[in-house]
Design a protein around this ligand. Structure first.
Ligand SMILES: *Cc1c(COP(=O)(O)O)cnc(C)c1O
Length: 498
């Protein structure tokens, strides 16, 4: 039951029509569509009503509501998805959009976005073409695969592989590889969704070739390996590589052929496949901190029939997932209804094609693909940039407001890749003598058109040079400090012991 005071406030609530004549609201309505303004007025009245009922409002007038309308309309005009400056030192930062595209990929996207394109048009035959043609040959050249298909992301790729090849049949997987990646992707759930029957073998820490061998029966469609991605098991552990699984599949397939021949239906048997979900999809050698991340071509050479991987993790391209394998298998995937449901749009294809082309020359890839460059840049080079950041921050802040030092620290690959690898880096470490770390971080993240995302450690703001892209971002960081102290310095006093 509302209190008498609440009742009185509720009775004061104006009609929507009345508010439309408020001078502020009329001013907004003169530059914005009337229906939209009316909607926002109604919403603001509802907001005030809820605030009254929640006891969060003691009094109000029509101008308060009009101001609320103005705020909401202005908010609608602001972009929600914005560029940010990533000074966190996490390179493939999933919350910040994973990989930054290379200049050539960004140009390719812009070019294709602004006009019509040859998306499904074969200019040689002047007839219908396939969207797969734009990237397939490149992937095959770079990985040694016979054929490839790209879809919306690797999660979609995994779902498709199970659905096409193991639906209604058995897929054997180690208990040590039933992983969860980033909350919503869990291998057992994807398998269930695909209609494949999951057969778990081995134990959490150890799985032997025999565990797989014993699980194989005529109804087994697939031996599965999943890259543990975001965690590592160390100590008393053992897992089976794709090469060993390939040998197991080979002898099972020989048996199936023999039985089929004996039954007079040679070629009618369905082969046992080895599939590896590789996760990150490294196309070049990343040996960081002594750890080598298996590349796509290495897994294919080991003996995996099908391999799937992400395009926006270590590969450094747009969000997509790629499946490589024999032409007959990839042709089946291209005909699977999921291929249509999860197909790439032209913007992603433009970015993917142009990212892959950079890999034709590995040195070019290391130079021009930001993710690859950031993962492999020497610590010495990041020190130079950290020094630049420190210098501009010192200049941008009022005298004595901050202390800044350049220090060695550790950056991370992120994106569930290379989780145990410490990547040596340099940071500009800022301690606040005036203002406050918390307030400054909030201003950097919440109040800027281009937010600056720092790392916070031990009461200091660390700006990691490894993920700060260039001089123009360094300038923007300086600007963020100037603005913060201009807006907040007058409210703060020097700390007593500063
Ligand atoms: C990241 C990852 C996925 C999911 O890939 P997305 O491209 O994010 O959909 C699936 N499997 C493994 C092993 C991964 O590391």
């Amino acid at each position: 039951m509302p209190t008498p005071h609440q009742m009185q406030l509720l009775r004061q609530l104006p009609q929507v029509e009345e508010l439309l004549h408020n001078p502020t609201v009329e001013a907004i309505a003169s530059v914005m569509p009337r229906a939209l303004v009316r909607d926002q007025v109604r919403k603001s009245v509802d907001d005030i009503r809820s605030a009254i009922l929640a006891n969060k409002l003691d009094s109000f007038d029509d101008d308060d509501i009009a101001a609320n309308v103005l705020r909401n309309v202005l908010k609608l005009e602001q972009p929600s998805l914005k560029r940010v400056i990533n000074a966190s030192g996490v390179i493939v930062h999933t919350n910040l959009g994973r990989s930054v595209l290379s200049d050539s990929a960004a140009e390719a996207v812009s070019e294709v976005a602004r006009g019509y394109s040859t998306l499904e048009y074969n200019v040689k035959t002047q007839s219908r073409g396939s969207r797969h043609n734009h990237y397939e040959q490149l992937i095959c050249t770079l990985t040694g695969a016979e054929a490839a298909i790209a879809v919306n992301n690797n999660a979609a790729a995994v779902l498709m592989v199970f659905h096409e090849f193991a639906r209604g049949r058995k897929a054997v997987i180690s208990r040590g590889e039933l992983v969860e990646i980033g909350g919503s992707f869990r291998v057992p759930d994807i398998m269930a969704l695909s209609g494949a029957e999951m057969v778990e073998v081995g134990t959490t820490n150890k799985t032997h070739p025999d565990d797989y061998a014993r699980a194989i029966d005529p109804d087994t469609a697939m031996l599965v390996k999943v890259h543990p991605s975001n965690y590592r098991m160390t100590g008393f552990t053992e897992s089976v590589d794709a090469g060993t699984l390939h040998a197991l599949a080979d002898s099972e397939n020989a048996r199936r052929r023999q039985i089929a021949r004996a039954q007079g239906i040679p070629g009618g048997e369905s082969p046992l496949l080895v599939y590896e979900d590789l996760g990150s999809g490294a196309l070049v050698d990343f040996t960081i901190d002594g750890y080598h991340e298996t590349t796509v071509s290495e897994v294919l050479q080991e003996g995996a029939d099908l391999v799937s991987f992400s395009c926006d993790k270590l590969l450094g391209g747009p969000q997509a997932g790629i499946i490589v394998g024999p032409k007959a298998a990839i042709d089946r995937l291209k005909r699977n209804p999921y291929a249509r449901a999860m197909r790439l749009d032209k913007l992603t294809i433009a970015a993917l094609e142009s990212t892959l082309r950079l890999y034709l020359d590995e040195d070019v890839a290391r130079q021009e693909i930001p993710t690859v460059r950031m993962l492999t840049e020497s610590a010495e080079d990041t020190r130079e940039r950290a020094q630049k950041i420190a210098n501009v921050v010192l200049r941008a802040a009022p005298d004595g407001a901050v202390d800044v030092t350049v220090e060695p620290d550790t950056a991370r690959a992120g994106g569930g890749a290379l989780p145990m690898c410490d990547i040596d880096t340099y940071v500009a470490a800022v301690s606040f003598k005036r203002g406050s770390l918390e307030e400054c971080e909030r201003a950097f993240v919440a109040e800027r058109d281009v937010p600056v995302i720092p790392r916070i450690h031990d009461d200091r703001m660390l700006l990691d040079a490894r993920t700060v892209l260039d001089d123009s971002e360094i300038k923007e960081i300086a600007h963020a400090f100037t603005e913060y102290f201009a807006q907040h310095d007058d409210k703060t006093q020097p700390r007593a012991n500063a």
